[in-house]
Design a protein around this ligand. Structure first.
Ligand SMILES: Cc1cc2nc3c(=O)[nH]c(=O)nc-3n(C[C@H](O)[C@H](O)[C@H](O)COP(=O)(O)OP(=O)(O)OC[C@H]3O[C@@H](n4cnc5c(N)ncnc54)[C@H](O)[C@@H]3O)c2cc1C
Length: 494
């Protein structure tokens, strides 16, 4: 199927970067769509990272990512008011165990303040540090405190961005892997495995695959190497961390951190290993050992027995080691590639930069009269008082049926996740939108129920429900059907 519709802008890739750009552009009178290869948005690097909104002191001054991170951090305050995603400025500590590390932290502080991170503070009084973060090791001798650092739920923020963009007429097409791009007469023809799309401008936000997309147009000026980072996640409320805790950085890495999540878990990680397989998100015994050893140096009382999940994310490391955001030699084709850390923090600032590039290309940016920047906060069972809940349940009994016991998620929240703009179509889609399956039992209890709800709402057979799209079916057939087939086969053979 092909469409004669010509978009003003097509964004390739529905991670945090593609969705930030879609949301920043949705205020203008432009015809925009976003193509994502997976069954859902936010399922690439955006789903598995530390979720830290960095203060911005870490990268060297020669890198674009330093300024974009500092600016991006500031832009979160406005974004969270409009989009209502889980975000908290709780502050970070970079910890020092040796005098040389204190010297380095002081240099980082000075440079950071010069570049606009005004609240950076070197704290050397151990008692004060311990009061601020009681779990920190007794062996530390000082910390660099960055109060503006925060934690965000990266996928929930990305869904919020995408939903607001969709509310303002951006179209989202999922399960559309771009396999070919042609450019002639100033029009890009983008072929996916299912459709053909046309556009005057294309923005490549394909993360780990961004070099592959760029090469489809013969633009072969950078490479992307996957660098794996492994994590250990701990159950909610087993350790109460007040601060995001980093070791003193080395030249190549920010190191293994110990960090709370917005929803009250804690995690340790990531390590950093260059790999070759762009899809390899497996965890390894050696990697997890490295993570826990690193983390225990900072927080010796980590609740190791309360670990509920290990996972890994892949950084898209570009050959330039800096973000690649540029108007390329092909008029109308913008690369936003190699967005490694701190890409999540920088996402709003990256979107601003892309708008500057579009202006340079002569794209008319006229604000829509009916632009609505607000995305309502998803309603949560656990946010309501008893009185409010009684009222809700009277109005709609699905509020009263708890499907995920670990996280106390009601059927209504799952229905909202499925029926909302860019709704969930998979088990992971439900999980990442409303946390059903994120808790201690890791969906052991609620998965069959979530599948039933998905099957009912999508009018699909139970067996057609997948974890995360093609080839990830949980069930292949009903046991009774299989037995019946076996019996019939035997009868025929008799
Ligand atoms: C271990 C780790 C820790 C990190 N910690 C932090 C942190 O604490 N703070 C921070 O600021 N940053 C952090 N980052 C960086 C941050 O996660 C990334 O910068 C950000 O997620 C990149 O988003 P993206 O949209 O570029 O990529 P992705 O999320 O990977 O999105 C790219 C999308 O493009 C799609 N795609 C690919 N090919 C095609 C195709 N052919 N057709 C259609 N779609 C396609 C993919 O399916 C994917 O959904 C971390 C990264 C890692 C790996």
């Amino acid at each position: 199927m092909s469409s004669s519709e010509i978009y003003d802008i097509i964004i390739i890739g529905g991670g945090v970067i593609g969705c930030s750009i879609a949301r920043a552009l949705c205020k203008y009178e432009l015809k925009i769509c976003l193509l994502e290869k997976e069954a859902d948005i936010a399922m690439g690097t955006t789903k598995a990272n530390s979720g830290v909104v960095h203060a911005g002191y870490a990268a060297e001054r020669k890198f674009t990512k330093r300024n974009l991170c500092i600016r991006g951090n500031k832009l979160y305050s406005e974004a969270v008011k409009e989009l209502n995603f889980p975000f908290k400025r709780m502050g970070s500590f970079v910890v020092a165990f040796k005098v040389e590390e204190i010297k380095l932290l002081e240099e980082i502080r000075k440079r950071g303040i010069e570049d606009g991170i005004l609240d950076l503070e070197l704290i050397l009084e151990k008692q004060r540090i311990k009061r601020m973060e009681p779990n920190i090791s007794d062996d530390i001798i000082g910390v660099l405190h960055a109060p503006s650092a925060g934690i965000v739920s990266p996928y929930e923020m990305t869904f919020a961005l995408a939903q607001n963009a969709a509310m303002n007429s951006v179209k989202f097409f999922r399960s559309q892997e771009v396999i070919k791009i042609d450019h002639s007469d100033y029009i890009f023809t983008i072929t996916t495995q299912r459709n053909e799309f046309k556009s005057l401008n294309v923005i490549n936000c394909a993360g780990l695959y961004s070099a592959k997309i760029s090469k489809m147009l013969g633009l072969d000026y950078f490479d992307i190497t996957p660098r794996k980072g492994e994590y250990v996640l701990f159950d909610r409320n087993t350790i109460q961390l007040n601060k995001i805790l980093f070791p003193t950085p080395t030249k190549i890495s920010k190191g293994i951190l110990v960090c709370p999540t917005f929803h009250g878990n804690a995690f340790a990680g990531p390590n950093a290993q260059n790999i070759t397989d762009i899809e390899d998100t497996s965890t390894t015994t050696a990697g997890l050992k490295e993570v826990l050893e690193g983390a225990k140096k900072i927080v010796p009382n980590l609740p190791l027995r309360a670990s509920i999940r290990n996972f890994a994310g892949l950084r898209a490391v570009p050959s330039t080691y800096d973000f690649i955001i540029d108007n390329t030699d092909i008029y109308g084709f913008i690369n936003v590639a190699g967005i490694l850390s701190p890409g999540l923090t920088s996402s709003y600032a990256i979107a601003e930069k892309v708008i500057d590039f579009l202006e340079l290309l002569g794209v008319e940016l006229k604000v829509k009269e009916d632009y609505n920047p607000y995305r309502p906060k998803p309603e949560r069972f656990t946010d309501f008082s008893k009185k409010e809940l009684d009222k809700k349940i009277k109005e709609d009994s699905s509020w009263g049926r708890i499907i995920c016991r670990c996280e106390t998620i009601s059927e209504k929240e799952i229905l909202n996740a499925i029926q909302g703009p860019i709704g969930a179509t998979t088990i992971d889609g439900v999980k990442f939108r409303c946390r059903a399956g994120m808790g201690r039992c890791q969906s052991g209890f609620c998965r069959p129920r979530v599948m039933e709800i998905l099957s009912r709402e999508m009018k699909l057979p139970y067996q057609a429900i997948t974890k995360k799209g093609d080839d990830t079916n949980i069930l292949i057939a009903k046991t009774k059907d299989l037995l019946l087939k076996e019996i019939i086969k035997k009868e025929i053979q008799k």
